[in-house]
Write a protein that binds this ligand. Structure first.
Ligand code: ADP
Length: 265
């Protein structure tokens, strides 16, 4: 009937016989759409009251209320976390609802790498050694805001899951026909059994460590969606106690000749 979505699978049955299995998945898709709409609507509705609470909390100066200082500090931290969670849920809903990028442009990767380096240093506050290298001499074609949000998530994870004294390295380099943006840390690492599920919403290796580190559990789900929209892939190599490398690989079709600034030395 009209509006029905079928999922078709061809299964080998015997030497010259195949089975065609057709499944009506319309209801499943409808439920998935309802879930997405619900999350998007709730997140949207939570945004305004949270902004108000957050704003008023920021106006209360702990120095003027010394007895309340620890409580105020905790309330500010938690409202900041809730605001971040709502923002991440909205970003994810937006990414899930589109199957192609609406606005693509030339993304200057040398300045992107510089921005990521500064972000890593700001988050680390001198607790890690941060380095960044751009050897690709090429730019990308894609959605700047989304790519920045994906790379930033990887950088923030690297800082949050690496104890003080460790190192964070950001590299943009040629990789086969394409390029890779890699974020390597010398942190806690991830046990191999967890790797396949890392990009699921709210999936966490160690719930307590992740909560303490201030994440929302949505970072890698956002990364996966952004990369999918760019036909790019995420690879993770990790060793417990030694650190992790998250690589975003972009194919040749995404490469663009680097634009010069027009300034000659
Ligand atoms: P979170 O907000 O919890 O960090 P993410 O989706 O960004 O959520 O990451 C999912 C989980 O993957 C994290 O909770 C953490 O357990 C693990 N993880 C992500 N990046 C790293 C990393 N660089 N080193 C170690 N573990 C990581």
């Amino acid at each position: 009937s009209p509006g029905t979505t079928l999922s078709l699978r061809l299964i080998p049955y015997s030497e010259n016989l195949w089975l065609l299995v057709a499944r009506d998945v319309s209801r499943l898709l409808q439920l998935e759409q309802m879930r997405r709409d619900f999350v998007a609507n709730v997140s949207h509705e939570l945004r305004t009251p949270l902004t108000v609470v957050h704003g008023y909390l920021d106006m209360l100066d702990p120095a003027e209320h010394p007895d309340w200082a620890p409580i105020l500090g905790e309330m500010q931290r938690q409202s900041q976390r809730m605001t971040q969670l709502v923002e991440d849920l909205l970003t994810l809903s937006r990414l899930e609802s589109q199957d192609s990028l609406h606005e693509e442009d030339h993304v200057a990767m040398s300045s992107m790498v510089g921005t990521l380096r500064r972000e890593a240093m700001a988050l680390s506050q001198g607790r890690h050694e941060v380095s960044a290298q751009d050897t690709a001499n090429v730019d990308l074609w894609g959605a700047h805001k989304e790519l920045h949000s994906a790379f930033s998530n990887l950088v923030s994870n690297a800082v949050r899951y690496t104890p003080a004294g460790g190192s964070i390295r950001i590299v943009f380099r040629r990789d086969g026909d394409g390029v890779s943006l890699e974020v390597t840390d010398s942190g806690y690492g991830i046990p191999a059994g967890h790797l396949p599920r890392l990009t699921e919403r709210f999936y966490r290796v160690s719930t307590s460590r992740s909560r303490e580190s201030g994440g929302t559990g949505l970072g890698l789900a956002i990364v996966k969606h952004v990369l999918n929209l760019h036909q790019a892939r995420l690879e993770v190599a990790s060793e417990v106690g030694r650190g992790s490398t998250f690589s975003c690989h972009f194919g040749a079709e995404r490469l663009r000749t680097r634009e010069t600034t027009g300034m000659t030395p």
